[in-house]
Design a protein around this ligand. Structure first.
Ligand code: NAP
Length: 248
C-alpha cells in the first residue's frame, strides 16, 4: 500500500538534509512534491530529477520562507502547478548558536523569522485552500531543543518551542474543518551537516542515546509519512519525538 499516493505536498527547505530525505520518501510513496529552497539552486535541480524518476510530479521553488509575501506567492504558484495542496511540511530552519551573552539582536530575529514566522507564513497561505477541500495535514518541524532547551541555543530553542504552541492552536482552531496540525521533535539527526563534526564527539553523543545511534533523515521522513497519511486521521495537536529515546 502506498501511504500518500496522489497527494500533493509542499515541503519547505528540501534542497538538503532532512527536507531532502522527506521529499524522497514522499515521492517513493506516490506523492507529488513541491519543495522550496533558499539558495541551493543546483541541489534543487538534482532533486527534481531524482524525484521525477519515481513517476510523480516534482518541482522546486526558490522561496524565502521567512518572507510573508513570498509564502503567499509560493502557495498561489503551487496551486496553479499542482491543482491542490493536501499536505504542508514546514521544515526549513537555521541555527545561529551562541551563548545568550553573545547573541546579537539580529541573530535572534533571523532565527525567529526563518524558523517560527515561516511556519505562520506558510500555514496562513495554505489554510484557505485546505478549508475549501475540508481536509489537510500540516506538519511542523520542531526539535528536542524546543522541548528541553539547550545552552548556547536560546534563540533556536525559543523558535522551536514557539512552533509547539502554534501547532496546538492551529489544531484547536481548524479541527472542525478536518485540518490536522502536528509537530515532530527530532533529536540528533545525522546529515551532511553533522558529518563535518568531530567524529569522536559524535560517537560520545551516540552513546548517550538509548537506541545508541543518531537518527537519519528517513527516520524523520517516515514519521512525516504517517502524519500526512490517512493512517493518522484521528491525530492532531500532537508532538512526536523522533529522537531514539533521547528525552526519555
Ligand atoms: P539543513 O541541512 O541545514 O537544511 C536546511 C534546509 O532549509 C535547506 O534546504 C535550506 O535551503 C532551507 N532553508 C534555510 N533557510 C531557508 C529560508 N529562509 N527559506 C527557505 N528555505 C530555507 O537542516 P536540517 O538539519 O535538514 O534541518 C531541517 C529541519 O529540522 C530544521 O527545521 C531543523 O531545525 C530541524 N531539526 C534538525 C535536527 C538535526 O539534527 N539535523 C534536529 C532537530 C530539528 P538552502 O540549501 O537553499 O540553504
Amino acid at each position: 500500500m502506498k501511504l500518500v499516493i496522489d497527494k500533493n505536498v509542499i515541503i519547505t527547505g528540501a534542497s538538503r538534509g532532512i527536507g531532502r530525505g522527506i521529499a524522497k520518501a514522499f515521492a517513493k510513496e506516490g506523492a507529488n512534491v513541491a519543495f522550496t529552497y533558499n539558495a541551493s539552486a543546483e541541489a534543487a535541480k538534482e532533486l527534481v530529477k531524482e524525484l521525477s524518476a519515481y513517476g510523480i510530479k516534482a518541482k522546486g521553488y526558490q522561496s524565502n520562507a521567512a518572507d510573508f509575501e513570498a509564502a503567499q506567492e509560493l502557495v498561489k504558484n503551487v496551486l496553479e502547478d499542482f491543482g491542490s495542496i493536501d499536505v504542508l511540511i514546514n521544515n526549513a530552519g537555521i541555527t545561529k548558536d551562541n551563548l545568550l551573552m553573545r547573541i546579537s539582536e539580529e541573530d535572534f530575529d533571523k532565527v525567529m523569522e526563518v524558523n517560527l514566522k515561516s511556519v505562520f507564513n506558510l500555514t496562513k497561505a495554505v489554510i484557505r485552500p485546505m478549508m475549501k477541500q475540508r481536509k489537510g495535514s500540516i506538519i511542523n518541524m520542531s526539535s528536542v531543543v524546543g522541548l528541553k532547551g539547550n545552552a548556547g541555543q536560546a534563540n533556536y530553542a525559543a523558535s522551536k518551542a514557539g512552533i509547539l504552541g502554534f501547532t496546538k492552536s492551529v489544531a484547536l482552531e481548524l479541527g472542525s474543518r478536518n485540518i490536522r496540525c502536528n509537530a515532530i521533535a527530532p533529536g540528533f539527526i545525522e546529515t551532511e551537516m553533522t558529518a563535518k563534526l568531530d567524529e569522536k564527539q559524535v560517537e560520545e553523543w551516540r552513546k548517550t542515546i538509548p537506541l545508541k545511534r543518531g537518527g537519519t533523515p528517513e527516520d524523520v521522513a517516515n514519521t512525516c509519512l504517517f502524519l500526512a497519511s490517512d493512517m493518522s486521521d484521528y491525530i492532531t495537536g500532537q508532538t512526536i519525538s523522533v529522537d531514539g529515546g533521547m528525552l526519555t
